[in-house]
Design a protein around this ligand. Structure first.
Ligand code: NDP
Ligand code: 2IT
Length: 450
């Protein structure tokens, strides 16, 4: 006989989760959003309740925390904390990025790993979920310091990952430079050449379009949502936050699709360029942030536009909003500004950039809202395609990869429609959560009690 067969209640479920994971507020936030969609669904499908699928899905399979010791340029010994949260491998090996940022802690990595479960399920590719990183701050470090840190980090991480086990990639503070240092160290330690990291440089197994994929995917997803309503990005004014990998290529594709991108930001403030970015300005940003690691205010000086110190771009009037920096960067007050200014849609390039109360306000105002697990899934999708290319020892052409990325974003949109169609609108949060959930849940049910 089954040990349990009753109805789940959201607030009781959350009380239990909070008790088991005290103080992890970002993790609580990410779980609550999913549980609010999933609980009404599984209450009508007893096999999920009896088998405690949601309880199992909210407990990582394995969490690894380790010391990272390295030497700075002056010979001082430095100590950071490294993590890998291997969240769920029901539908494929653990897969997800590494974040290097001083704010990194277990709560943030658990929220990211948890969301990755649903995102990776939506991609249609066979990938489980994971996330990792360190509280290491790359800002102001020399190339050699970055290299020594990455090597020390990988020396420990290498014991827990592998091409069939866990395949990390980049996230905040981890781009092709860091992936290269880590891949070099992994290859040296393991004495093998396998595609155990994605986001590699093209010369050693990287994929075309990977660097562009998250941003391009986010723009494609937005085009799908607007297209579903008979509208498009063409002629729309776009607010983008961040100026790193995701922001850069979201902006680039929005411009290709006829949008006018008038803002970008970093952790020191935002720039407002009413004329809109063009290719020349974007090249400058990519060089500034990726190669020279400068501040966004330098853009304002160079192109004579306004820089707003310590402010976010959400008070500027625009049709479409693309938060592409970090979690909780759109709070209720920001959402109210967007609503007041006639914003039509918001698409999350970042992971969980919008708070719950802000999402509620946007929904009430009938603003189309695309959650990150759908809108930013293009990055991990092309990571999945990089894994495929590494396995078959081939490199596909740009056109083929771009078409596959487009198809995947279209499929994700279709899954959101299948599970999120309401009387008078599409609930993309519900659609993404349920579609992502069902595939993983079915696999977990099939395995029995594991
Ligand atoms: P990058 O490190 O390339 O860029 C991050 C950008 O966000 C920078 O402009 C940075 O400013 C800003 N930022 C970071 N932290 C903060 C903060 N606490 N407050 C204000 N601004 C901040 O990272 P990515 O572009 O790769 O990642 C951006 C977001 O997209 C993250 O949420 C990430 O999880 C998500 N994402 C990334 C994917 C990828 O493939 N890279 C895939 C899917 C989602 P500054 O330069 O001042 O630090
Ligand atoms: O949040 C994400 O999806 C990423 N940072 C990309 C993960 C990956 O494995 O490419």
């Amino acid at each position: 006989m089954m040990a349990r067969s009753n109805i789940l209640n959201l607030s009781e479920f959350m009380q239990g989760l909070i008790k088991r994971n005290p103080g992890e507020k970002e993790f609580h936030q990410a779980v609550e959003e999913v549980a609010a969609s999933v609980i009404p669904f599984i209450n009508e499908r007893p096999q999920y309740i009896e088998n405690q699928i949601l309880e199992r899905m909210t407990e990582p399979n394995r969490t690894i925390i380790f010391r990272v010791c390295w030497e700075d340029d002056r010979g001082n010994i430095r100590i950071n904390r490294g993590y890998r949260v291997q969240f769920n491998n029901a539908i494929g090996p653990y897969k997800g990025g590494l974040r290097f940022h001083p704010s990194v802690n277990l709560s943030i990595l658990k929220f990211l790993g948890f969301e990755q479960t649903f995102k990776n399920s939506l991609t249609t590719l066979p990938m489980g979920s994971g996330k990792g990183g360190s509280d290491f701050n790359p800002k102001g470090k020399s190339e050699r310091e970055i290299m020594r840190f990455c090597q020390a980090f990988m020396t420990e991480l290498s014991k827990y990952i592998g091409e069939h086990l866990d395949i990390p990639a980049g996230d905040i503070g981890v781009g092709v430079r860091e992936i290269s240092f880590m891949f070099g160290q992994y290859k040296r330690l393991k004495n093998e050449f396998t595609g155990t990291l994605t986001g590699k440089a093209l010369e050693f197994g990287g994929s075309l379009i990977r660097k562009e994929a998250t941003g391009y995917g986010c723009a494609y997803f937005t085009e799908e949502m607007l297209g579903h309503q008979g509208d498009s990005i063409e002629g729309k004014t776009c607010l983008v936050s961040g100026s790193g990998n995701v922001a850069q290529f979201t902006a680039q594709k929005l411009i290709h699709l006829g949008g006018k991108v008038i803002t970008l930001s970093d952790s020191s403030g935002f720039i407002h360029d009413p004329d809109g970015l063009n290719n020349e300005k974007l090249e400058y940003i990519i060089d500034l942030k990726t190669n020279r690691r400068g501040r966004i205010s330098e853009f304002a000086e160079k192109f004579k536009c306004k820089f707003y110190k310590d402010k976010k771009p959400w008070s500027v009037k625009g049709d479409l909003a693309f938060p592409c920096a970090t979690q909780n960067e759109i709070e209720l007050s920001d959402a109210k500004q967007l609503i007041k200014n006639g914003c039509k849609a918001l698409s999350e390039g970042a992971n969980m950039p919008t708070t719950h109360d802000a999402i509620d306000a946007l929904n009430k105002a009938k603003i189309i809202f695309a959650p990150g697990k759908a809108a930013n899934a293009g990055g991990v999708s092309v990571s999945g395609l990089e894994m495929t290319q590494n396995s078959i020892r081939l490199a596909w052409q740009r056109e083929e990869l771009e078409q596959r990325l487009k198809n995947i974003m279209h499929d994700i949109h279709q899954q959101c429609i299948n599970y999120g169609t309401e009387k008078d609108h599409i609930d993309y949060v519900k659609g993404a959560n349920l579609a992502g959930f069902v595939k993983v849940a079915k696999a977990m049910l099939a395995y029995g009690v594991i």
